[in-house]
Design a protein around this ligand. Structure first.
Ligand SMILES: NC(=O)c1ccc[n+]([C@@H]2O[C@H](COP(=O)([O-])OP(=O)(O)OC[C@H]3O[C@@H](n4cnc5c(N)ncnc54)[C@H](OP(=O)(O)O)[C@@H]3O)[C@@H](O)[C@H]2O)c1
Length: 241
């Protein structure tokens, strides 16, 4: 393996993650693209002529017992790690069918903690410089329309905040992407306010160019919504959908 910097993307078949692959490879990084759908990802890599700079690896976020072996078998230990895997079911479905709620907990939170703990505990990886988790504005406050998905993202955001404190002594930066609506397949079939939807390429730019601040909130409209949500008293948040 060359001395090039490496990025490990977990859940790399995500529409946002694919844009990250394009942007990181354009900057000269080698990407380990880890996904449960390796065929779809391989087609994407071939279509974009990225065979020399992207390695596709099978990864299932919800198969916790496979994570240690997955990490040990990586061709090189990463400089940057992105956790992009995510699962969304409507609140009403998740309330009535615990399997849907549990799948969100596994992919959005438990799977992230499982693999990121393994990565963070490996002190022999002197390469590691940054971990970025893709969380959501849904996790900022509990709201009646999406509190099950939202609670998994809130837990993930809190985990990343603590991880950031923990890893700062090793000069490893941890960021959280707190994103509003993005035009990706996770939202297929949902009626979203068109004026608030961001393109995956735009969001990926914020990930790839992450700085030192913990929270990354792309787009000024979503920044306003983020702060309104954070600062509003509970009785006002309770009036929201
Ligand atoms: N789109 C939005 O509006 C929005 C807003 C805030 C936050 N986010 C978060 O952004 C991240 C990326 O999502 P996206 O918008 O790019 O949607 P996406 O294209 O649907 O990406 C989600 C990815 O998660 C993967 N995934 C689900 N379960 C998995 C598992 N068990 N193991 C490995 N991968 C698994 C999916 O794999 P398959 O391709 O195999 O299905 C999919 O590629 C997610 O964490 C999402 O929650 C999205």
């Amino acid at each position: 393996m060359s001395k090039q910097k490496t990025v490990l993307i977990l859940g790399a078949n995500s529409d946002v993650a694919k844009q990250c692959i394009l942007q990181y490879t354009a900057k000269g990084y080698t990407v380990f693209a880890a996904s449960r759908d390796v065929i779809s990802l391989e087609n994407f890599i071939t279509k974009n002529h990225l065979e020399n700079s992207v390695h596709v690896i099978f990864f299932d976020a919800a198969d916790f017992s496979s994570h240690q072996k997955f990490y040990e078998e990586l061709p090189a230990k990463p400089h940057i790690v992105i956790y992009a895997a995510g699962f969304l079911r409507q609140n009403v479905d998740a309330r009535r069918n615990f399997n849907h709620a549990f799948e969100m907990m596994k992919v959005n939170y438990a799977g992230a903690v499982s693999i990121l703990n393994i990565i963070a505990e490996d002190k022999s990886n002197a390469n590691l410089e940054r971990i970025i988790g893709l969380s959501s504005l849904s996790g900022v406050r509990g709201r009646k329309s999406n509190y099950i998905y939202g609670s998994t993202k809130a837990a993930f955001t809190t985990y990343l905040a603590g991880l950031r404190q923990d890893l700062s002594s090793r000069n490893i930066i941890v960021n959280v992407l707190v994103s509003g609506y993005i035009r990706t397949k996770i939202n297929e079939g949902l009626q979203l306010n068109e004026s608030l939807i961001m393109e995956p390429e735009y969001v990926a730019k914020h990930i790839v160019n992450a700085g030192n601040s913990f929270s990354i909130v792309p787009n000024w409209k979503w920044k306003v919504i983020y702060w309104l949500l954070k600062l509003s008293p509970e009785f006002l948040v309770a009036k929201l959908p």
